[in-house]
Design a binder for this molecule. Structure first.
Ligand SMILES: [Zn+2]
Length: 446
């Protein structure tokens, strides 16, 4: 099977190449890349006007499998990822059971392989059952192929236990993906602690809840030599701390999620009644719970700092924190609803609309933060389009303008605050290991 991608603009951070070129794929690899390839391929994809970028790599998703398959399972998660232009995702371990031993790692990897769609790399928990007390079987999970460890969903609050986990990570040369939240300071907070929270009568989450753990984890990374990757940074001071850590030459990287650079807590709206299957769904709530995520949407000042941090390459990665929930899970009050929104199918268009068209990122930087940098941090040979490399590619149309429709998501989750938002930039085709796993490009008829 051969595929020829014709007439696109190849944007490849690994070689800093940005020019028009055709890409020829044979079996699972890129074999040729130059202008006007005349080869007859089994399939020709017309990419004129589009960017041809390395397939996106999401360092932070929740596929809810095993244990919460009503929210998402590995198959629907992979499908959503393919729709979003992703060819590799790292799934977080806060499932049921928690991924704290090689058996659960193997379960996820085997199921993903059977689904034959995109690459799924399961992250291992730091502690047994994510209880924060005793280290998980990190050695066993490394042998089963985990790319990283993380306690995502919470922080390991005992600094000594976390330090021991980091020493293990350093020993096996895998990064620690850190969810930073001092749970003792949360006090039932559901959104950012600011004027908007007061107006809505909601308990707030201060920036310091996140910032104190970021500071602690940077110190622990320095102490242990572990490679630290800070998840879903949302505060102004997180950018400042990452800047200082990098200036000190520490092994620290950081990610930002599209919702944190697109929305502020002022965007949180009152609940709008919804009709599901012809029936008006009554709701006891106060605000739209699709704006509830952890860390919460912050202020304008924080958003500006995050965008500048991404622009200045202090912040390395854009990840989604894709966190699907059922309609019923979210159809309750702000206080009761679970944290989290889906993100795989809206990340690329939001990044392009807000950051590239907004003048913060070049298309090259977009490819770096959504593919090349994650590959480097995780240490996988991906995020690079060149002859000889595996063909993981996304074709992205930077001109197409459309309205986000949650009902068209491949994910089981419809929990997004972006339904109805007008955006520019659309994923047209996703190729993983030389297989077309998502395609909207029409075949040319002669
Ligand atoms: Zn998290």
């Amino acid at each position: 099977m051969s595929i020829l991608i014709k007439g696109g603009r190849v944007i490849n951070p690994a070689t800093q190449m940005e020019e028009e070129a055709d890409v020829l794929i044979e079996e699972d690899k890129v074999v040729e890349m130059k202008k006007n390839i005349e080869e007859k391929a089994d399939r020709v994809l017309d990419a004129s006007g589009c960017y041809v970028m390395p397939g996106f790599i999401d360092m932070h998703v929740h596929f809810r499998d095993p244990g919460f398959e009503q929210k998402e399972d590995i198959y629907t998660g992979m499908e959503a990822a393919a729709h979003g232009g992703y060819t590799t995702v790292l799934t977080m371990p806060n499932t049921k059971p928690v991924v704290d031993n090689p058996d659960v790692v193997n379960y996820v990897h085997n199921k993903a392989k059977a689904g034959n769609c995109i690459h799924v790399l399961q992250v291992g928990a730091v502690t047994k059952g994510q209880m924060g007390k005793e280290l998980a079987d990190i050695k066993g999970m490394v042998e089963a192929g985990i790319p990283a460890i993380s306690e995502d969903g919470k922080s390991v609050m005992n600094a000594e236990v976390y330090r021991e986990g980091m020493l293990e990570a350093a020993k096996y040369h895998i990064p620690v993906l850190a969810h930073c939240e001092d749970i003792n300071m949360v006090h039932g907070g559901v959104m950012n602690a600011d004027a908007k929270a007061k107006e809505l009568g909601m308990p707030g989450i201060t920036n310091s809840v996140e910032d104190v753990i970021i500071a602690r984890d940077i110190v622990l990374s320095k102490d242990t030599g572990a490679q630290l990757h800070l998840c879903h940074c949302s505060t102004k001071d997180s950018v400042e701390m990452v800047r200082i850590a990098k200036e000190e030459g520490l092994h620290v990287s950081a990610e930002v999620c599209p919702h944190h650079f697109t929305l502020t807590s002022d965007d949180i709206t009152e609940y709008v009644p919804q009709i599901e299957a012809g029936i008006l769904i009554p709701k006891e709530t106060d605000a739209d719970t699709n704006y509830k995520m952890n860390p919460p949407l912050r202020t304008k000042e924080d958003v500006e700092a995050l965008k500048e941090g991404l622009r200045d390459n202090i912040m390395d990665v854009i990840s989604t924190d894709h966190a699907p929930h059922t309609f019923d899970d979210k159809n309750t009050s702000m206080k009761k609803a679970p944290f989290g929104i889906v993100g795989l199918e809206t990340a690329a268009c939001l990044t392009y609309s807000e950051l590239v068209l907004g003048g913060y990122l070049t298309p090259m930087q977009m490819a770096e933060k959504m593919s090349y940098n994650p590959a480097k941090i995780v240490g996988i040979d991906k995020g690079d389009i060149q002859p000889g490399k595996k063909a993981d590619i996304v074709i992205f149309d930077p001109k197409e303008t459309y309205t986000i429709d949650k009902n068209k998501f491949a994910s089981k989750g419809r929990n997004t605050p972006f339904h109805g938002r007008k955006v520019t930039g659309r994923v047209k085709c996703t190729i993983c290991d030389g297989n077309v796993v998502f395609n909207e490009i029409k075949n040319k008829t002669k």
